[in-house]
Design a protein around this ligand. Structure first.
Ligand code: ADP
Ligand code: ZN
Length: 294
Protein backbone atom coordinates (compact mmCIF):
# COMPACT_ATOMS: atom_id res chain seq x y z
CA UNK A 1 0.00 0.00 0.00
CA UNK A 2 1.33 3.45 -0.92
CA UNK A 3 0.95 6.32 1.53
CA UNK A 4 1.94 9.97 1.28
CA UNK A 5 3.75 11.91 3.99
CA UNK A 6 4.20 15.65 4.34
CA UNK A 7 6.35 17.18 7.03
CA UNK A 8 5.33 20.82 6.88
CA UNK A 9 8.02 23.03 8.39
CA UNK A 10 8.39 26.78 8.53
CA UNK A 11 11.39 26.77 6.20
CA UNK A 12 10.94 23.58 4.17
CA UNK A 13 8.38 20.97 3.26
CA UNK A 14 9.48 17.34 3.13
CA UNK A 15 7.32 15.17 0.86
CA UNK A 16 7.60 11.41 0.76
CA UNK A 17 5.97 8.23 -0.46
CA UNK A 18 6.12 5.24 1.83
CA UNK A 19 4.33 2.04 2.71
CA UNK A 20 2.50 0.61 5.72
CA UNK A 21 5.79 -0.73 7.14
CA UNK A 22 7.20 2.77 7.42
CA UNK A 23 9.58 2.26 4.51
CA UNK A 24 10.27 5.49 2.63
CA UNK A 25 10.38 4.79 -1.09
CA UNK A 26 11.06 8.31 -2.32
CA UNK A 27 11.43 11.74 -0.78
CA UNK A 28 11.94 15.35 -1.87
CA UNK A 29 12.09 18.66 -0.10
CA UNK A 30 10.90 22.08 -1.28
CA UNK A 31 11.15 25.50 0.38
CA UNK A 32 8.13 26.78 2.30
CA UNK A 33 7.00 29.89 0.48
CA UNK A 34 3.39 31.15 0.57
CA UNK A 35 0.41 28.74 0.41
CA UNK A 36 -0.41 30.00 -3.12
CA UNK A 37 2.99 28.92 -4.36
CA UNK A 38 3.72 25.89 -2.19
CA UNK A 39 0.39 24.01 -2.00
CA UNK A 40 0.10 23.56 -5.80
CA UNK A 41 3.64 22.14 -5.83
CA UNK A 42 2.68 19.64 -3.12
CA UNK A 43 -0.47 18.62 -5.02
CA UNK A 44 1.56 18.22 -8.18
CA UNK A 45 4.03 15.91 -6.46
CA UNK A 46 1.42 13.62 -4.90
CA UNK A 47 -1.27 13.60 -7.60
CA UNK A 48 0.04 10.75 -9.78
CA UNK A 49 1.61 8.69 -7.04
CA UNK A 50 -1.33 6.35 -6.34
CA UNK A 51 -1.30 7.05 -2.61
CA UNK A 52 -4.29 5.90 -0.56
CA UNK A 53 -3.98 8.55 2.14
CA UNK A 54 -1.76 11.44 3.16
CA UNK A 55 -0.37 12.15 6.64
CA UNK A 56 0.67 15.70 7.53
CA UNK A 57 2.82 16.72 10.48
CA UNK A 58 2.65 20.49 10.54
CA UNK A 59 4.17 23.52 12.19
CA UNK A 60 1.58 25.41 14.11
CA UNK A 61 -0.36 26.19 16.11
CA UNK A 62 -2.93 24.09 14.24
CA UNK A 63 -6.57 23.11 14.81
CA UNK A 64 -6.94 19.41 15.65
CA UNK A 65 -10.51 19.51 16.95
CA UNK A 66 -12.52 17.44 14.48
CA UNK A 67 -15.75 19.21 15.48
CA UNK A 68 -14.31 22.66 14.74
CA UNK A 69 -15.04 24.63 11.54
CA UNK A 70 -11.34 25.22 11.18
CA UNK A 71 -10.22 21.61 11.74
CA UNK A 72 -7.12 20.95 9.66
CA UNK A 73 -6.10 24.60 9.53
CA UNK A 74 -2.83 26.18 10.52
CA UNK A 75 -4.23 28.88 12.81
CA UNK A 76 -2.30 31.63 14.57
CA UNK A 77 1.20 30.93 13.29
CA UNK A 78 3.96 33.56 13.32
CA UNK A 79 4.56 32.56 9.65
CA UNK A 80 2.08 35.17 8.47
CA UNK A 81 1.09 33.98 4.95
CA UNK A 82 0.02 30.65 6.50
CA UNK A 83 -2.38 32.10 9.09
CA UNK A 84 -5.79 30.41 8.72
CA UNK A 85 -4.58 28.17 5.90
CA UNK A 86 -6.78 25.09 5.45
CA UNK A 87 -3.78 22.92 4.64
CA UNK A 88 -5.35 19.52 5.36
CA UNK A 89 -8.67 20.41 3.68
CA UNK A 90 -7.11 21.82 0.52
CA UNK A 91 -4.73 18.88 0.06
CA UNK A 92 -7.43 16.30 0.89
CA UNK A 93 -9.93 17.79 -1.57
CA UNK A 94 -7.41 18.27 -4.35
CA UNK A 95 -6.03 14.75 -4.04
CA UNK A 96 -9.36 13.09 -3.21
CA UNK A 97 -7.91 11.02 -0.36
CA UNK A 98 -8.18 10.90 3.46
CA UNK A 99 -5.74 13.14 5.28
CA UNK A 100 -4.32 12.50 8.75
CA UNK A 101 -3.23 15.70 10.45
CA UNK A 102 -1.20 16.47 13.56
CA UNK A 103 1.63 18.64 14.83
CA UNK A 104 5.13 18.07 13.46
CA UNK A 105 6.40 16.97 16.86
CA UNK A 106 3.46 14.65 17.47
CA UNK A 107 4.42 13.14 14.11
CA UNK A 108 7.92 12.46 15.41
CA UNK A 109 6.53 11.05 18.66
CA UNK A 110 4.33 8.70 16.60
CA UNK A 111 7.19 7.66 14.30
CA UNK A 112 9.38 6.70 17.25
CA UNK A 113 6.48 5.00 19.06
CA UNK A 114 5.62 2.93 15.97
CA UNK A 115 9.05 2.04 14.60
CA UNK A 116 11.70 3.58 16.83
CA UNK A 117 13.03 3.80 20.35
CA UNK A 118 9.63 3.88 22.09
CA UNK A 119 8.07 1.07 20.04
CA UNK A 120 5.78 -1.17 22.08
CA UNK A 121 5.50 1.20 25.04
CA UNK A 122 2.08 2.34 26.23
CA UNK A 123 3.25 5.92 26.69
CA UNK A 124 6.16 8.09 25.67
CA UNK A 125 7.07 11.65 24.89
CA UNK A 126 9.25 13.09 22.16
CA UNK A 127 10.98 16.42 22.56
CA UNK A 128 12.64 18.25 19.72
CA UNK A 129 15.24 20.84 20.61
CA UNK A 130 16.09 22.69 17.43
CA UNK A 131 15.07 26.04 15.97
CA UNK A 132 12.14 25.77 18.35
CA UNK A 133 11.33 23.37 21.14
CA UNK A 134 8.30 21.11 20.82
CA UNK A 135 6.88 18.18 22.73
CA UNK A 136 4.78 15.33 21.34
CA UNK A 137 2.88 13.11 23.74
CA UNK A 138 1.88 9.52 22.94
CA UNK A 139 -0.46 7.72 25.33
CA UNK A 140 -2.36 4.45 25.00
CA UNK A 141 -1.85 4.27 21.23
CA UNK A 142 -2.90 7.85 20.63
CA UNK A 143 -1.38 11.29 20.38
CA UNK A 144 -2.47 13.69 23.08
CA UNK A 145 -4.34 16.78 21.86
CA UNK A 146 -6.41 18.17 24.72
CA UNK A 147 -7.83 21.66 24.27
CA UNK A 148 -5.42 22.49 21.41
CA UNK A 149 -2.27 20.38 21.48
CA UNK A 150 0.56 20.42 23.97
CA UNK A 151 2.86 23.44 23.60
CA UNK A 152 5.21 22.17 26.26
CA UNK A 153 8.26 23.76 24.65
CA UNK A 154 7.07 26.92 26.36
CA UNK A 155 6.91 25.62 29.93
CA UNK A 156 8.24 28.20 32.35
CA UNK A 157 11.48 27.43 34.14
CA UNK A 158 13.70 28.75 36.91
CA UNK A 159 16.71 30.53 35.54
CA UNK A 160 20.21 29.12 36.04
CA UNK A 161 21.75 31.34 38.76
CA UNK A 162 24.65 32.28 36.44
CA UNK A 163 22.56 32.85 33.29
CA UNK A 164 21.96 36.52 32.53
CA UNK A 165 20.74 36.00 28.94
CA UNK A 166 17.23 37.39 28.36
CA UNK A 167 15.97 34.51 26.20
CA UNK A 168 14.60 34.51 22.65
CA UNK A 169 10.89 33.80 23.17
CA UNK A 170 8.86 36.94 22.41
CA UNK A 171 6.12 35.75 24.78
CA UNK A 172 7.97 34.47 27.86
CA UNK A 173 10.97 35.76 29.76
CA UNK A 174 12.06 32.29 30.83
CA UNK A 175 10.53 29.39 28.94
CA UNK A 176 12.36 26.31 27.67
CA UNK A 177 12.30 27.43 24.03
CA UNK A 178 13.45 30.93 24.96
CA UNK A 179 16.37 29.67 27.03
CA UNK A 180 17.40 26.40 25.38
CA UNK A 181 16.51 26.37 21.65
CA UNK A 182 19.32 26.44 19.06
CA UNK A 183 18.80 30.18 18.36
CA UNK A 184 18.94 30.96 22.11
CA UNK A 185 22.29 29.18 22.44
CA UNK A 186 23.63 31.05 19.42
CA UNK A 187 22.42 34.46 20.62
CA UNK A 188 23.67 33.89 24.17
CA UNK A 189 27.19 32.85 23.13
CA UNK A 190 27.50 34.68 19.79
CA UNK A 191 28.55 31.50 17.97
CA UNK A 192 26.94 28.67 16.04
CA UNK A 193 25.88 25.98 18.52
CA UNK A 194 27.89 23.30 16.70
CA UNK A 195 31.04 25.42 17.04
CA UNK A 196 30.95 25.34 20.85
CA UNK A 197 33.24 22.70 22.38
CA UNK A 198 31.71 19.71 24.18
CA UNK A 199 32.88 21.13 27.54
CA UNK A 200 31.55 24.66 26.95
CA UNK A 201 29.46 26.28 29.69
CA UNK A 202 26.58 26.40 27.18
CA UNK A 203 25.90 22.70 27.72
CA UNK A 204 25.73 23.07 31.49
CA UNK A 205 22.97 25.66 31.08
CA UNK A 206 21.34 23.55 28.40
CA UNK A 207 21.20 20.39 30.53
CA UNK A 208 19.95 22.44 33.49
CA UNK A 209 16.97 23.73 31.50
CA UNK A 210 16.16 20.49 29.67
CA UNK A 211 16.27 18.50 32.94
CA UNK A 212 13.92 20.93 34.69
CA UNK A 213 11.40 20.64 31.87
CA UNK A 214 11.70 16.84 31.74
CA UNK A 215 11.00 16.53 35.45
CA UNK A 216 7.81 18.56 34.92
CA UNK A 217 6.78 16.24 32.09
CA UNK A 218 7.62 13.12 34.11
CA UNK A 219 5.57 14.33 37.05
CA UNK A 220 2.56 15.35 34.98
CA UNK A 221 2.49 12.76 32.17
CA UNK A 222 4.34 9.80 33.65
CA UNK A 223 5.78 8.61 30.31
CA UNK A 224 7.39 5.17 30.08
CA UNK A 225 10.28 6.66 28.11
CA UNK A 226 11.47 10.05 26.82
CA UNK A 227 13.10 10.65 23.44
CA UNK A 228 15.22 13.75 22.90
CA UNK A 229 15.68 14.78 19.26
CA UNK A 230 16.36 17.86 17.14
CA UNK A 231 19.58 19.54 16.04
CA UNK A 232 20.81 20.56 19.49
CA UNK A 233 20.67 16.95 20.73
CA UNK A 234 23.39 16.07 18.24
CA UNK A 235 25.52 17.22 21.20
CA UNK A 236 25.48 13.73 22.68
CA UNK A 237 27.36 14.80 25.82
CA UNK A 238 24.02 16.33 26.89
CA UNK A 239 22.41 12.93 27.48
CA UNK A 240 24.40 11.91 30.59
CA UNK A 241 24.23 15.48 31.90
CA UNK A 242 20.45 15.60 31.54
CA UNK A 243 19.98 12.12 33.04
CA UNK A 244 22.05 13.02 36.08
CA UNK A 245 20.16 16.24 36.72
CA UNK A 246 16.76 14.61 36.23
CA UNK A 247 17.65 12.02 38.89
CA UNK A 248 18.87 14.78 41.20
CA UNK A 249 15.73 16.88 40.74
CA UNK A 250 13.34 13.95 41.27
CA UNK A 251 15.33 13.48 44.46
CA UNK A 252 14.10 9.97 45.21
CA UNK A 253 10.42 10.93 45.19
CA UNK A 254 9.49 8.56 42.34
CA UNK A 255 10.76 5.00 42.38
CA UNK A 256 10.16 2.98 39.21
CA UNK A 257 12.24 0.42 37.31
CA UNK A 258 12.35 2.88 34.37
CA UNK A 259 13.79 5.72 36.45
CA UNK A 260 16.33 3.30 37.93
CA UNK A 261 17.59 2.70 34.41
CA UNK A 262 18.11 6.27 33.19
CA UNK A 263 20.27 5.23 30.23
CA UNK A 264 17.22 3.53 28.73
CA UNK A 265 14.73 6.09 30.02
CA UNK A 266 16.04 9.27 28.40
CA UNK A 267 17.22 8.26 24.95
CA UNK A 268 18.05 9.63 21.50
CA UNK A 269 15.75 9.10 18.54
CA UNK A 270 16.36 5.80 16.77
CA UNK A 271 15.14 6.66 13.27
CA UNK A 272 18.03 8.83 12.03
CA UNK A 273 16.03 12.02 11.67
CA UNK A 274 13.36 10.15 9.68
CA UNK A 275 11.07 9.92 12.71
CA UNK A 276 9.01 12.92 11.53
CA UNK A 277 8.35 11.72 8.00
CA UNK A 278 7.79 8.11 9.13
CA UNK A 279 5.32 9.41 11.71
CA UNK A 280 3.43 11.12 8.87
CA UNK A 281 3.18 7.75 7.09
CA UNK A 282 1.63 6.34 10.25
CA UNK A 283 -0.76 9.33 10.46
CA UNK A 284 -1.91 8.47 6.93
CA UNK A 285 -2.40 4.83 7.90
CA UNK A 286 -4.33 5.74 11.05
CA UNK A 287 -6.62 8.03 9.05
CA UNK A 288 -7.40 5.21 6.60
CA UNK A 289 -8.26 2.94 9.52
CA UNK A 290 -10.39 5.67 11.08
CA UNK A 291 -12.27 6.12 7.78
CA UNK A 292 -12.92 2.40 7.36
CA UNK A 293 -14.46 2.30 10.87
CA UNK A 294 -16.94 5.10 10.02
P1 ADP B 1 14.39 22.55 12.93
O1 ADP B 1 14.15 22.71 14.40
O2 ADP B 1 14.47 23.86 12.22
O3 ADP B 1 13.47 21.58 12.30
P2 ADP B 1 16.85 21.21 13.68
O4 ADP B 1 16.19 20.26 14.61
O5 ADP B 1 17.96 20.70 12.83
O6 ADP B 1 15.83 21.91 12.71
O7 ADP B 1 17.40 22.39 14.57
C1 ADP B 1 18.18 23.42 14.07
C2 ADP B 1 18.90 24.09 15.26
O8 ADP B 1 19.72 23.10 15.88
C3 ADP B 1 19.78 25.24 14.88
O9 ADP B 1 19.32 26.40 15.56
C4 ADP B 1 21.17 24.88 15.39
O10 ADP B 1 21.58 25.85 16.31
C5 ADP B 1 20.99 23.61 16.17
N1 ADP B 1 21.97 22.60 15.79
C6 ADP B 1 22.06 21.93 14.62
N2 ADP B 1 23.11 21.07 14.63
C7 ADP B 1 23.69 21.20 15.84
C8 ADP B 1 24.82 20.59 16.48
N3 ADP B 1 25.56 19.67 15.86
N4 ADP B 1 25.11 20.99 17.74
C9 ADP B 1 24.36 21.90 18.37
N5 ADP B 1 23.30 22.50 17.82
C10 ADP B 1 22.96 22.17 16.57
ZN1 ZN C 1 7.91 30.84 25.23
Amino acid sequence: MLLGALEAGGTKMVLAIGNENGEILEQISIPTETPDITLPKIIDYFKDKNIEALGIGSFGPIDLDRSSKTYGYITSTPKLPWINCDIAGILGKSLGIPVGFDTDVNGSALGEATWGSTKGLASSIYITIGTGVGVGVYQNGKLLHGMLHPEAGHVLLSRHPEDTFTGVCPYHAQCLEGLASGPSIEKRWGKKAYELGADHKAWEFEAYYIAQALVGYILTLSPHRIVLGGGVMHQTQLFPMVREQVTALINGYLKTPQLDDMDHYIVPAALNDNQGIMGCIKLALMELEENSRN
